[in-house]
Design a protein around this ligand. Structure first.
Ligand SMILES: Nc1ncnc2c1ncn2[C@@H]1O[C@H](COP(=O)(O)OP(=O)(O)OP(=O)(O)O)[C@@H](O)[C@H]1O
Ligand SMILES: [Mg+2]
Length: 483
């Protein structure tokens, strides 16, 4: 029912009622009520009815208008919160928060003061409603004095009807647009203030100057601030993840460059050195070495091309673990003046995934290169077995040994660190034992990956054995055995 109908009914019902009373009275006691008297009575009742129904209808209208406004603001809030989820870039999110809060509160100007990590100072000041030129003439962003500082220290929402009259106000700097009314709300995430939203001069459609912000405006902006805090926190996390991903990519690049290209070039150097020494006495062998070097250099060029294209290095790709181990043992035995004794369990090697195989070959290559460069060993045992649910690799040399802790703390090299990183990424465990003038043992174990295609229910894998189980395998060699 419309309020217009309500107004008419508010007059009509009392009048009809009073007219019936007069009719009844006239019927029961004829000639006691004069026509003039009855007319006055009806008019009085009509007037009272009109006043009352108007009062009720006006209250209804006000209430309706309030509900309408709330519905509109809630819808605007929903839209604003939705719009925030569309962005992940931090600077875009911050700008959107300011623009949307201005729209939502119908403010002429809005600003967001983003706080530094300590939460004590404004680190970034993002505005809306001010043109870049106007912003340029205003000088440095505010430092958080006056009312902006008061919001920071009081840590609760603030509504000010006349900024200039507030004792906490420090006045505006030169070229600052005049502002009168203010609503300030904090953005809080996990109990920490991320920043403050400052909204000024609520727009007035009648043009009679800015309106004060209402409690309802404050409620809506506070609700929006909660959404905005989540969006800002998400955007920050996204940015951090991007940075971590870039760092990991760089690390991976460096690791592959070290273990792939640098080691290959080092091996090439040794081949050429060998060729140089044999050039006079064994020219045919020296020629063969040079041929091997050229082939190796071509492989290095292929590797570098693969890195540039962001692909994984070619080294060891497409080779099975057993083939790769064989190749490494032959190369190092032939060129490094040491015997590499290989004991690879073919069944265990077949259980390594392609990725595990490539990583294990990189690790073995680095371990052999280290023995060649630093150990002064003449015998190396490489053992690969499966123990329970783990694949175990052990590389023993009978060289001079080294101080593992000191090397980890002070070495400029990348080899051992890369080894550790590769094992960690494969969910494995690595241990290095070394004893002066006895030799070094590198042991690692990786979980056996489940078979990809299973037609019948597989027998459950035994519980992962501890690393020590690998170490104690009968095929593993201890440095003492190597003496
Ligand atoms: N089998 C080993 N025998 C003796 N010393 C070793 C052995 N393996 C490593 N080391 C010592 O540990 C140090 C660190 O090795 P790492 O592979 O990290 O670096 P690097 O070989 O010196 O340099 P890079 O690998 O970057 O070319 C070596 O400098 C060496 O002193
Ligand atoms: Mg090394």
């Amino acid at each position: 029912m419309s309020t217009k109908t309500l107004r008419w009914l508010g007059i009509l019902f009392p009048v009809l009622f009073w007219a019936s009373v007069i009719a009844l009275r006239t019927y029961l006691a004829p000639y006691t009520t004069a026509v003039l008297e009855a007319t006055i009575e009806v008019l009085l009742v009509a007037g009272a009815g009109a006043l009352f129904s108007n009062w009720v209808a006006t209250r209804f209208e006000r209430h309706d208008a309030e509900i309408d406004q709330r519905v509109q603001q809630t819808e605007a809030l929903r839209q604003a919160a939705l719009a925030l989820t569309a962005e992940v870039d931090l600077s875009q999110v911050l700008q959107r928060v300011v623009d949307l809060s201005r729209q939502l509160s119908q403010a002429r100007y809005a600003a967001l003061g983003v706080l530094d990590a300590d939460g004590g100072h404004i680190e970034q000041f993002i505005t809306s409603g001010v043109t870049p030129e106007e912003r340029g003439t205003m000088g440095d962003p505010p430092q958080g004095h006056g009312l902006l500082g008061a919001i920071l220290t009081e840590r609760r929402p603030m509504r000010v009807d006349v900024i200039q009259n507030d004792p906490r106000s420090a006045g505006f700097p030169a070229n600052h647009p005049p502002m009168k009314t203010l609503l300030g709300v904090s953005l809080i995430s996990k109990g920490q203030i991320l920043g403050n939203l400052y909204l000024t001069d609520k727009f007035d459609s009648t043009g009679s100057g800015p309106l004060p912000f209402t409690e309802q405006d404050q409620n809506v902006v506070e609700m929006f601030a909660a959404h905005a805090s989540v969006a800002i926190e998400n955007a920050r996390l996204y940015q951090q993840n991007q940075q971590i991903a870039i760092m990991q990519e760089r690390e991976r690049f460096g690791m592959n460059l070290h273990d792939g290209v640098i080691q290959s070039i080092y091996a090439m150097g040794l081949l050429l050195d060998d060729a140089h020494h044999r050039a006079d006495a064994e020219p045919a062998l020296a020629k063969a070495r040079i041929g091997q070097t050229v082939q190796g250099l071509n492989e290095v060029i292929r590797d570098i091309r693969a890195y540039i294209m962001g692909l994984r290095p070619q080294r060891f790709q497409g080779r099975s673990l057993a083939e790769g181990m064989d190749e490494l043992a032959r190369t190092f035995s032939a060129n490094a003046g040491m015997t590499v004794d290989l004991a690879v369990d073919a069944k265990a090697a077949a259980r390594a995934t392609t990725h595990q195989a490539v990583e294990l070959l990189h690790i073995t290559q680095e371990a052999l290169a280290n023995i060649q460069k630093h150990a002064n060993a003449d015998l190396v045992h490489v053992t690969f077995v499966r123990t329970g649910g783990r694949l175990c690799l052990a590389i023993d040399d009978n060289g001079k040994g080294f101080d593992v802790f000191r090397a980890a703390a002070s070495s400029q090299g990348h080899g051992l660190r890369n080894m550790q990183e590769r094992v960690r990424a494969l969910d494995g465990e690595l241990e290095i034992e070394s004893e002066s003038s006895k030799g070094t043992r590198i042991m690692l174990s990786l979980p056996v990956a489940p078979r990809p295609i299973v037609n019948k229910p597989a027998a459950p894998e035994p519980a992962p054995a501890a690393l020590v189980a690998c170490v104690d395998t009968p095929t593993a060699h201890t440095p003492a055995e190597n003496q």
